[in-house]
Design a protein around this ligand. Structure first.
Ligand code: B12
Length: 267
């Protein structure tokens, strides 16, 4: 079997910017309610993978550029995840890749608000960063400007340690930047306020349109379906890129000394 060092080298060679390993027996994992063996019976390790966003695009104030960059990074993350699963398989290990964003379970209590694995929790345990005031993973090199993935495997790999210090300095800029004041004084996130704003062109938007159309007369229906708002929902649905806000990420000063972390952090 591969060593952790060999695995990291090979995963980085496929385009990952950050790679870390957490053990399934980590008490922190249990404390945060993660159950990787439900995804892979016999699971022993979790490989956390980070791919940097283009900070220039995220901070551009142009949602189309930020959304496009996000989708490009998700594509890279999906590719790296598949390659990592195949690499582990070649060394005799079973592995599954947890979706970086969709699909998520839309049923039951969670209604799409909980992943099969929380990538931030795994990344924090694997030493990629700390959880910041904006509730995002803040990495020392890229700040929050990373997208995360996790591979669950039955390979026994030596685990990394969480960072000794959280890179978040509690400056509060993310709280002030949130347009719907979803980051509360006590540090909690108002999920409903955040989701209804950020996903206004996603499922909440589709539901709002369906509600308006039900029982409406023909003239009203025409007004609804021939409007840019409806077309934007169509575009978001077909492209899979529906995030309507990046403010709590863009406001973070960590890593801001490098206007474009893609340029000078990568080897
Ligand atoms: C559902 C979801 C949402 C929902 C709910 C938000 C949320 N906070 O969970 C909505 C739609 C609102 C949302 C919004 C956003 N999201 Co989102 N989302 C997810 C998704 C699919 C699941 C998250 C989940 O399971 N949440 C469940 C709740 C209970 O967990 P939680 O709030 O994270 O809290 C836990 C941890 O913080 C942990 N924790 C807290 N402190 C500590 C300390 C330590 C030491 C440890 C170990 C753990 C720990 O314990 C908490 C309880 O379990 C993940 C992908 C994934 N599978 O992880 C992406 C994900 C979290 N989203 C992401 C992003 C970037 C965003 C947005 C910026 C949108 C955008 N423009 O891209 C906003 C930011 C909102 C915010 N400030 O949190 C990224 C985060 C990357 C990063 N750097 O952290 C993820 C990981 C996607 C990815 N693959 O990269 N999201």
């Amino acid at each position: 079997m591969l060593s952790t060092v060999e695995l990291k080298d090979q995963v980085q060679a496929t385009g990952a910017d950050l790679v870390g390993v957490a053990g399934v027996d980590s008490p922190l994992l249990r404390e945060h309610g993660e159950e990787p063996e439900k995804l892979l019976p016999g699971a022993r390790s979790l490989v956390s993978i980070g791919v940097a966003l283009n900070k220039t695009a995220v901070c551009s104030g142009n949602l189309l550029l930020a959304r496009h960059d996000t989708m490009c990074v998700y594509e890279r993350l999906n590719h790296i995840s598949l390659e990592t699963v195949r690499l582990l398989a070649r060394h005799g290990a079973r592995a599954v890749s947890v979706p970086p964003y969709l699909p998520v379970d839309m049923g039951g209590e969670t209604k799409g608000m909980k992943g099969e694995i929380n990538h931030k929790t795994v990344a924090a345990i694997a030493g990629l960063g700390g959880i910041g005031s904006n509730l995002l993973l803040i990495t020392p090199g890229f700040g929050p400007f990373v997208r995360l993935g996790t591979i669950v495997t039955d390979a026994v790999l030596s685990a990394d340690e969480p960072l000794a210090e959280n890179p978040c300095d509690l400056c509060g800029l993310c709280q002030s930047a949130c347009p719907v004041k979803a980051i509360k004084e006590d540090g909690a996130l108002d999920y409903s306020a955040c989701a209804s704003y950020i996903l206004r062109n996603g499922l909440p938007g589709v539901i709002a349109i369906a509600r308006k159309v039900i029982g409406a007369d023909e003239k009203a229906i025409k007004g609804i379906i021939y409007s840019p708002d409806f077309w934007e929902i169509w575009q978001s649905t077909v492209s899979g890129s529906f995030y309507g806000c990046f403010e709590c990420m863009a406001a973070c000063p960590i890593g801001s000394d490098r206007p474009n972390p893609m340029g000078d952090n990568l080897g």
